[in-house]
Ligand binder design. Structure first.
Ligand code: F0G
Length: 451
């Protein structure tokens, strides 16, 4: 049986091509825009390839207790909604997805919101949301017979790509900005056997260079310009809808870097809605770091009709991106769902990350922009207390342990960045203390901390 029911549609001019006709850089030859995967058979109600909502909900639940390997993946469990392979037997999986949805009682109370949750995508096999996209796109690379795959990365994509390439038996090339990625991520790429090149360029420069390279060598590009990445990354939307018994939350808040993830989650919810699995779409908001906020500016200045790249600066290195590839897709999803796009400062990110940590949910700084953004939206009265809100936490806290240690030691932020929030920061800092190795000294430290 052929499991492949897809074609590609240009997001700019609407041109349609088969998967095999895509250019190595995944740009449209007519207009230069990116493609998205579509399934023509889903179009008409009653069409033979149109999935049946009731049957799917039942099947997906049954698969949770299945012993078949593919059903253990939180991506391929939903394979009826990503028929992108000639055979699902070619899927390369590390049993990604099926990540936890945690309630955040303390943050909810502090913000006066009843229902606040975190979908923790950092709990994936390589510690970030990239795994859900990588299983999909790596499977396509393998099925199409590529020997080499490549990505430019701020760290997480490279970690995920290297792991999945190793599982698939493919070689991989990683281009990263020299000195600008967290050690945890770099160590993963090395461990999984990638050919890692540190370039004197930022992420945007690395991606531009790689785009030229894949036109000259038979290397499969695995950045999120690759539309199959987004097919995998849309599946957390299915997990979230399923967790709420197919009643979608009111509001989803996502960090924005290269803007593939917000686009993918939006596509996931849109497909659920169009196929009749859910009755409405959530509002989808995207939060950027203030020093890397090209989409915020674009939406403010020209309603998302054009985007001026910025020189990006933020300690949340995962989203240190000034020229995001998928900005048009993200702008569309924000506008279609009446979401917001705003930015948060370095101090707001650090505080939000420590607050999540204090709830027992460590995450990367890039993930913490979601809580920082929610606090702003709530303060501006844009979120009502009765709303159900889900924050998408994108990466594991151990990816960037240096950031966390610097925060608790008080060496992360400059004085001018903390003006007005010094006390808030101090109340969250838990630096390690040097204590003499005697019971009395440890008991004294204990007394000091409760007293
Ligand atoms: N959060 C984390 C932890 C990330 O690693 C990234 C992107 C984002 C958020 C932003 O997601 O790009 O889809 O808008 N990291 C990429 C990388 C760019 O190379 O690992 P986005």
């Amino acid at each position: 049986m052929n499991d492949n029911l897809h074609q590609l549609r240009c997001f700019g001019c609407g041109a349609r091509i088969s998967g095999a006709e895509a250019q190595p850089d995944f740009r449209c030859v007519e207009c230069g825009e990116l493609f998205e995967v579509e399934y023509p058979g889903w179009g008409q109600r009653g069409g033979s390839d149109r999935p049946n909502p009731g049957a799917l909900k039942w099947l997906w639940r049954e698969r949770r207790s299945s012993s078949e390997a593919l059903d253990h993946s939180g991506v391929w469990r939903f394979r009826e909604l990503l028929p992108i392979l000639d055979s699902f037997g070619n899927a390369v999986t590390l049993f990604e997805g099926n990540t936890p949805l945690y309630h955040l009682p303390r943050a909810a109370k502090a913000l006066g919101i009843d229902q606040l949750y975190a979908k923790h995508q950092g709990m994936n096999p390589t510690g970030s949301f990239k795994d859900t996209g990588m299983t999909a796109a790596m499977s396509v690379a393998k099925e199409r017979g590529f020997e080499w795959v490549a990505c430019a990365s701020t760290g997480n994509t490279s970690a995920a790509m290297a792991a999945y390439a190793a599982r698939a038996g493919l070689r991989c090339l990683v281009l990263i900005p020299d000195g600008k990625i967290a050690w945890g991520k770099l160590s993963q790429a090395m461990d999984y056997g990638a050919l890692t090149c540190q370039l004197k360029a930022d992420f945007d420069g690395c991606l531009t260079l790689l785009t030229q390279i894949v036109k000259e060598a038979p290397i499969y590009l695995l950045n999120s310009v690759n539309p199959y990445r987004l097919e995998g990354q849309k599946t957390p939307a299915f997990e979230i809808a399923e967790a709420f018994d197919w009643n979608v939350p009111d509001h989803l808040i996502v960090p924005g870097g290269n803007l593939g993830n917000s686009s993918a989650l939006g596509k996931g919810f849109r497909e659920l809605y169009e196929l009749g699995l859910v009755a409405r779409m959530p509002r989808i908001s995207v939060i950027q770091a203030a020093g890397a906020n090209p989409l915020v500016r674009s939406l403010q200045e020209n309603h998302g009709s054009s985007l001026e790249p910025v020189e990006a600066h933020t300690r949340a290195t995962a989203i240190r991106i000034g020229n995001p590839a998928s900005w048009r897709k993200a702008a569309r999803i924000i506008q279609d769902t009446d979401g917001w796009c705003l930015d948060v400062t370095e101090a707001e990110i650090a505080i939000a990350k420590a607050e999540l940590g204090a709830e027992g949910l460590g995450c990367e700084p890039a993930s913490a922009v979601t809580l920082a953004g929610l606090k702003k939206l709530r303060a501006e009265g844009r979120i009502a207390s009765g709303e159900t809100v889900v924050l998408v936490l994108t990466g594991h806290t151990l990816k960037d342990a240096d950031y966390t240690i610097d925060f608790h030691r008080g060496t992360l932020l400059k004085e001018e960045e903390t003006v007005g929030v010094e006390a808030e920061i101090a109340s969250l800092q838990r630096n390690a203390q040097a204590v003499e190795a005697t019971p009395a000294a440890v008991l004294a430290a204990l007394k000091g901390s409760v007293g």
